[in-house]
Design a protein around this ligand. Structure first.
Ligand code: ADP
Ligand code: MG
Length: 344
């Protein structure tokens, strides 16, 4: 009997060690904020990863509802109040978003302006499923631009907001994902997960690594399928890319996309994509949008004003402008592009 126990013990131990789960990457998808959000979690605990994703899903659905400019929710109510110049009570969270938006507006010399909602709607970039294919009448653009709405025209007092221009429609599409991916990573960390990426259509926050292997993040190529560059990370990193390929239409050989120059009322031209890395997801997101509009002439000036030193700008004629700090992190995968490295 005793002999039998010792004969089977090593086999039992072997079976036990075999069944211990090995860490692996669990991937999840969710459609929200008008884009596909992927969450990758590296762990040996599948149940924990599943619970982490469920928590992110719940939070993202709440945020999407609260921050949607055009469907019922808190931001929509504020937009309706703006159209009537009425004062409305708003949550501390919305107050924070408006104040951050005003701050980024000042930092970017007005290139970043979440009050572009009326223009976004006129150009029909407000609905991913229903992109317009014609340019609005210039008289319609003029009607908005003559009394140009700005986020500086939203006044916050106590717990209320009042718009002083009835054309103000707030659209936080330019920096909401910066807030959301960082918060999502915070949720995972609190639950005990320290190796993950939350990626909202190319705007992402990453933490940790896959064991000894860093995460390898691809930056989308604006000219072809696949990646134009890759970035390896093993510490917390926010990587945000704005591009002319997310929402756009082509007319008379020109591309019209969803990032609008608030000063002209037309989509910015000349820049294909901008990637920014910064410790703040919201600032990285806002800066990528603002630098798209700044273009190759003003990108350094606006980056400096926004306190950004890790930037890569790809022009429509296939040049890459990249800061020294960014260049040390990025591997360019397309040899055809000429690269200009600049100090900031
Ligand atoms: P994506 O959402 O594709 O990652 P961005 O972060 O650049 O790209 O955000 C683009 C969105 O920001 C637009 O769809 C619109 O909602 C909003 N937007 C457009 N122009 C501006 C602007 N000048 N300032 C702030 N937000 C803008
Ligand atoms: Mg942005």
């Amino acid at each position: 009997m005793l002999k039998n126990i010792f004969t089977y013990l090593p086999l039992t131990l072997l079976l036990c060690s075999c069944s211990k789960p090995q860490p692996t990457t669990y991937n999840y998808r969710l459609f929200t904020f008008g884009t596909e959000v992927t969450t990758s979690i590296y762990t040996d605990d599948k149940d924990l990863a599943d619970a982490g994703f469920e928590a992110i899903k719940t939070r993202f659905n709440t945020l999407n509802k609260q921050l949607h400019p055009w469907t019922p929710g808190e931001l929509h109510s504020l937009n309706v109040a703006c159209s009537k110049l009425k004062t409305i009570k708003i949550s501390p969270f919305l107050q924070m978003m408006i104040k951050e938006g005003q701050h980024f507006h000042t930092m970017s010399e007005g290139l970043f302006d979440p009050a572009v909602g009326s223009l976004v709607k006129l150009w029909k970039f407000d609905n991913a499923a229903n992109i317009h294919t014609s340019i609005p009448e210039s008289s319609e653009i003029e009607k908005i631009q003559i009394n140009r709405p700005s986020i500086t025209q939203v006044k916050i007092k106590n717990d209320t907001a009042t718009c002083i221009n009835d054309l103000v429609r707030l659209d936080f599409g330019g920096f909401a994902k910066g807030y959301a991916t960082e918060e999502a990573i915070g949720i995972l960390e609190k639950m005990g997960m320290h190796d993950a990426i939350v990626n909202a259509g190319g705007d992402l926050t990453a933490i940790g690594s896959k064991g000894d292997t860093p995460w390898n993040i691809g930056i989308r190529n604006p000219f072809a399928d696949g990646a134009i560059a890759s970035i390896k990370t093993s510490v917390k990193t926010n990587i945000f890319t704005s591009g002319n390929y997310e929402r756009f239409f082509e007319k008379d050989g020109k591309t019209f996309h969803h990032i609008i120059d608030p000063k002209t009322g037309y989509p910015s031209t000349e820049t294909a994509s901008v990637t920014v890395i910064h410790e703040s997801g919201m600032l990285a997101d806002a800066a990528a949008t603002a630098i798209m509009i700044a273009g190759s002439n003003r990108w350094k000036e606006i980056a400096q004003k926004m306190g950004i030193n890790k930037v890569m700008l790809v022009t429509s004629d296939k040049k890459i402008f990249i800061t020294t700090q960014m260049d040390s992190l990025v591997t360019i995968l397309d040899d055809e592009l000429s690269k200009v490295i600049e100090d900031l």
